[in-house]
Design a protein around this ligand. Structure first.
Ligand SMILES: [Fe+2]
Length: 259
């Protein structure tokens, strides 16, 4: 294989990713930590695949496809050090994992064989992926930041839908301990009508929490993502679990107008 083909070959980087994350998995002492590390490994690999699908839907050339795959694969690379250092994935209780991801990529020199502009794009996409709004808005990296944000949301919707469909025990911590009162608060409803994201500080009920998750659709960038989420019926799973009967119909209508 020519050097050029080797450099732009994603399988080389899948090996790098696996070698790095295996260390965290193997060295984790308690089973709960192992499980958490495994969840992030699997999530990263699914986001890599999602980024690949989005890039292909946009007919990107091979080099751009490779960059999108790379950014998807490494988007959560900061999660492993975050969990090992702080024993949590909550950024509020530790640090922003997108910034840590960029730092890990630089420290480990995972991308050092690539051109500087590709490195910069991946650093930006990793940094931008988990923010409420894209901060590093430069022309070269914006497309890739959008691809990774959509690729990540597809998998988050998958996880969320699976959670609401399961009859297993509720994860009270994940739901911020919110009560299942049968209504959506006025402020949350207004945000939804304005097609805005909902801040978790505004949540009063479990239905607010679900509306916050549904409002992530207002931050999707590509038709492929919308179609994929619809096809998989992820939003229906969340909607079905909402106990605010009248407001649910309003949400459905607003969702159908946006998707
Ligand atoms: Fe992610």
């Amino acid at each position: 294989m020519c050097l050029k083909d080797k450099i732009y070959n994603i399988s080389t980087y899948l090996e790098v990713f696996t070698a790095y994350t295996d260390i965290f998995f193997c060295e984790a002492e308690n089973p709960q930590t192992k499980e958490n590390i495994k969840l992030k490994i699997d999530h990263s690999l699914r986001v890599f695949k999602n980024a690949q699908k989005i890039a292909k839907s946009l007919n990107l050339d091979n080099k751009s496809l490779f960059v999108a795959e790379l950014a998807g694969l490494f988007h959560d690379i900061g999660r492993f050090e975050q969990f090992t250092r702080y024993n949590t994935f909550k950024d509020d209780d530790s640090l922003y994992h997108g910034k840590l991801g960029e730092d890990v990529l630089k420290k480990e020199r995972f991308l050092s064989n690539l051109e500087e502009n590709i490195q910069k794009i991946v650093f930006d996409a990793v940094y931008n992926h988990g923010l409420i709004r894209i901060e590093r808005n430069n022309e070269a990296s914006l497309l890739y930041s959008k691809i990774v944000r959509d690729a990540d949301k597809i998998d988050i919707f998958r996880i969320v839908a699976k959670y609401y469909k399961s009859s297993g025990p509720r994860n009270i911590a994940l739901e911020y301990g919110l009560k299942d009162d049968p209504y959506i608060s006025d402020t949350v409803m207004q945000k939804f009508k304005d097609k805005n994201l909902v801040d978790k500080l505004e949540l009063r009920t479990l239905n607010d929490f679900k509306a916050m998750q549904l409002a992530w659709i207002f931050d999707l960038n590509f038709e492929f993502t919308k179609e994929y989420i619809q096809k998989k019926a992820y939003l229906d799973a969340v909607l079905d679990s909402i106990t605010a009967t009248d407001q649910k119909e309003t949400l459905k209508l607003l969702i159908s107008q946006s998707m």
